[in-house]
Design a protein around this ligand. Structure first.
Ligand code: GLC
Length: 419
């Protein structure tokens, strides 16, 4: 026994030496949403075993806006303590200079990913981050309640409002005083930009700033969209929804207290958990369309990636870690356990993935038609553009100025910032 153990020990060290990779200590920073950090820790344990490196996770709040603010400071200060950053799809143009070019390191795997996602992480020919998963939101709806009230899945916002109100009134009359019709992300942060871009686009009101740089947000369809959603607050959606981010909406939903929720796919696996009040009582559909000639269902494109800091003192091992976390093997597990959408095309035909998250078959098309936020046309100004937009929307929903007034001011502010 003893000798065997010794032998195994010896062999392990030999492999490490033969692999030429000296064991190093790495750190990866990541936001905390759902059980994402627990999943990351599990994957890192495998990486540590395979490579001999050790990895520390530096946890961050779940708000992407808060993460961005902190990372920008660290990177500007040349922080060498963080090797790998978990990055939002919108950050690539703004942080590109602070990350290593992964083009060469990823050469063998790049073709596995959807080209549009690789493109979103490529800035002036430099691959800034390895995609880990993509995101396109869904309308989560209660199958049991739609059946109880004899309703169809709503396909327009007006239908959603009517159905949500009827279910909410009925459930309250039946004794659930905490019941709401619809929850979403209404806090003043990046998540509201995603939600509001969907409303505006679904009314045919454009994408805030178009791909060619035109500032398009001050238009009648955008006004109609915001005015419609404003009527949700205090009726089918709680006043408190104006302070919700992803996790707060999921909290209300998963306790069984909402008929509908707008959220990202991560909420699917959690909603199916054993501790969830909505387990086996919900499904997902595309978000509703607005009204007008160009009305459509619109989903904002999200997603997360791994980037390597140019200040890392162990760049080779850090690159190895980023590649590992974006690999087909880990993406498959992430799809099955976390219901995160893979960026590797083949996984959409994987039987295990489809068994765990049946909706993914349909979501490939939805994310491919998803609406990008204007981070490419606005480059280093994107964060400011988004913050001006979500503030205008938050003010409108709070009753602080009409949509028409707020979008007019927004247009002027954007014009000053960008032109
Ligand atoms: C999700 C998306 C991300 C987006 C964020 C907003 O995490 O993947 O792209 O910025 O939500 O809250």
């Amino acid at each position: 026994m003893k000798i065997n153990k010794l032998l195994v020990g010896l062999m392990t060290s030999v492999t490490l030496v033969a692999g030429a990779a000296q064991a190093v200590e790495l750190s990866v920073v990541s936001g905390d949403t759902g059980n994402g950090l627990a999943f990351l820790e599990e994957q890192l344990a495998k990486f540590e075993e395979q490579t001999g490196h050790t990895v520390t996770v530096v946890p961050m709040p779940s708000s992407t806006t808060d993460q961005f603010g902190q990372y920008r400071l660290w990177l500007a200060a040349g922080n060498a303590d963080i090797d790998v950053y978990t990055t939002d799809v919108i950050w690539a143009p703004q942080l590109a200079d602070q990350f290593l070019d992964l083009t060469e390191a990823a050469a063998d795997v790049i073709d596995q990913h959807f080209p549009s996602i690789i493109e979103s992480q490529t800035v002036n020919g430099k691959l800034v981050a390895i995609p880990a998963y993509t995101d396109a939101p869904a309308l989560f709806y209660r199958t049991d309640l739609l059946e109880k009230y004899g309703k169809e899945v709503p396909t327009t916002w007006a239908e959603l409002k009517a159905t949500a109100q009827e279910i909410m009134d009925g459930e309250r009359a039946d004794g659930n005083a905490d019941m709401w019709g619809f929850v979403f992300q209404g806090n003043a942060y990046e998540g509201l930009t995603c939600n509001a871009l969907e409303w505006v686009k679904s009314y045919g009101g454009g994408q805030i700033v178009e791909a060619d740089g035109t500032i398009s947000i001050n238009n009648e369809q955008a006004v109609a969209a915001l005015e419609e959603i404003k009527t949700f607050i205090g009726t089918i959606s709680p006043e408190g929804n104006l302070a919700y981010m992803e996790e707060e909406s999921r909290g209300v939903w998963q306790l069984g207290n909402a008929a509908f929720m707008r959220n990202w796919p991560y909420a699917y696996a959690l909603g199916q958990g054993d501790d969830s009040a909505v387990k086996d009582k919900f499904d997902v559909a595309p978000l509703p369309a607005g009204e007008g000639p160009d009305a459509r269902s619109a989903a904002t494109l999200g997603g997360w990636n791994y980037a390597v800091s140019k200040y890392s003192q162990n760049p080779d091992a850090a690159i190895e870690l980023a590649l590992f976390l974006g690999s087909a093997e880990i993406q498959k597990e992430r799809a099955i356990n976390q219901s995160n959408l893979p960026t590797i095309e083949a996984l959409y035909d994987d039987a295990d993935v489809l068994a765990a998250a049946p909706f993914m078959g349909n979501w490939k098309e939805i994310f491919q038609n998803a609406v990008p936020r204007p981070s490419a046309p606005t480059q280093e100004n994107y964060n400011e553009v988004s913050s001006l937009f979500w503030s205008a929307v938050h003010n409108t929903l709070s009753g602080n100025g009409s949509a028409a007034e707020n979008l007019e001011v927004l247009e002027a502010d954007l014009d000053e910032l960008l032109n």
